[in-house]
Design a protein around this ligand. Structure first.
Ligand code: PLP
Length: 396
């Protein structure tokens, strides 16, 4: 961006125009700095860099211009002061836990969280003496009573994966503030295009950039964003433990951010059209989508999100076996573990990602036997709808 009289551009403009400084070649698109370390003119410049007296780059595990470009664009989109980018969404979530939690601390998390996040909280944090309590995302009024003197952090996903439950972030923030607890939101499903948790008073935002941010199912990545003093703690932990984002992946993700607003508008529009068309379908028990008036937390969705996102869920009549038959009959939609792709994807958690849980455990985290999650892609909505409808008919 030209420095002279720089106006404050809209976030979508900044996501396109923030760029690492032009080199002497005057390239138009941001270059890829695929290098693991950086050089110095002399011993004094090297000493000063290591003493943190200059902001010269040192080593890509700490920082890198291509990674910084992605961070700067994400900061503009989320309205964050600072950020640290990681190799995956899980290293962002894990780094945000390890930077602030220690032995004897307590984490309050919503029960419906991404599978690997659940594993980290339930299986690994206890190894370091960090305890947790899960709460029902749809009952934020229950949270205050669960806060203990050693509670350090509240962690939520909204909308949640795969159940699409929401929580009123402003209400949760006011509880967290009263008790001086850090509130950490996984904003993967909404993206900063549809929801900006930091503007509602949240302390930390984490992302899996692998999903909508990349948007084409190519690379893994993650990021933690928030106030500088908090992100510095995440940086200190990650710089020494090594979950750095590859500059190549950062470069791909920065280019992807240039189309994020356009893509999320299309994903959300098509998802709403699919959900609306499927509601009342005789093969389905129910359809769930945040911007459908029938969603139990529709009012919260309208209050804190500017669009419903690209995920639609429905419950098939006929349970687990019908779910498997439905997947078999799809012709266009992909059967794959990812979401947030230009290609539409169908998944059946009960027979795949959550198959190892008992039915009771599955119900506890909102996974019913016939639950299908559709990640609505960028194809023509008529083709997506036609494929889902023909697979419903054919899987009777
Ligand atoms: C996929 C996902 C993650 C983990 O991200 P990875 O990039 O796969 O490590 C975390 N949270 C949510 C909500 C996700 O969907």
């Amino acid at each position: 961006m030209k420095k002279k009289n720089k106006p404050t551009y809209h976030p979508e403009t900044q996501a396109i125009r923030i760029q690492s400084e032009r080199t002497s070649h005057m390239e138009h698109s941001g270059p890829l700095y695929l290098t693991s370390s950086f050089c110095y003119e002399d011993a004094e410049a090297m000493r000063a860099a290591f003493a943190d007296e200059t902001d010269a780059y040192i080593y890509t595990r700490f920082s890198n211009p291509s990674v910084q470009e992605f961070i700067d664009r994400m900061c503009a989109l989320e309205g964050a002061e600072s950020g640290f980018a990681t190799a995956s969404g899980m290293s962002a979530v894990f780094g945000s836990f390890m930077a602030f939690l220690k032995t004897g601390d307590h984490l309050l998390s919503s029960a419906s969280v991404f599978g690997s996040t659940h594993t980290v909280i339930t299986k690994f944090l206890p190894k370091w003496g960090i305890e947790h309590t899960y709460f029902d995302l749809t009952k934020p009024e229950s949270v205050e009573a669960l806060i203990k003197p050693n509670t350090k952090m509240i962690f939520v996903e909204t909308p949640s994966n795969p159940g699409l439950d929401l929580v009123d972030l402003e209400a949760l923030v006011s509880i967290a503030k009263r008790h001086n607890v850090i509130i950490n939101v996984d904003n993967c499903f909404a993206t900063p295009v549809l929801q900006k948790p930091l503007s509602l008073g949240v302390d930390l935002v984490t992302h899996s950039a692998t999903k909508w941010i990349d948007g084409q199912g190519r690379v893994l990545g993650g990021i933690v964003l928030g106030r500088k003093e908090l992100v510095n703690e995440v940086y200190a932990f990650c710089r020494s433990t090594g979950p750095a984002l590859s500059p190549f992946n950062a470069w791909v993700l920065s280019r992807a951010l240039e189309t994020l607003h356009v893509r999320m508008e299309r994903h959300s529009g098509s998802a709403l059209a699919l959900a609306t068309a499927l509601e009342g379908n005789p093969h389905l028990e129910w359809v769930k989508y945040p911007f459908l008036p029938s969603h139990p937390q529709h009012a919260i969705a309208k209050k804190q999100m500017s669009g419903g996102g690209g995920i639609v869920c429905f419950e098939l009549k006929g349970g687990l076996e019908r779910g498997r038959r439905f997947l078999d009959k799809l012709e266009l939609l992909s059967l794959t573990a990812n979401l947030g792709d230009s290609r539409s994807i169908a998944s059946h958690p009960a027979s795949t990602t959550h198959a190892k849980l008992s039915e009771a455990e599955r119900l506890n985290v909102g996974i019913t036997p016939g639950l299908i999650r559709i990640s609505v892609g960028l194809e023509h909505i008529g083709d997506i709808l036609q494929d889902v409808q023909q697979a419903l008919e054919a899987s009777k």
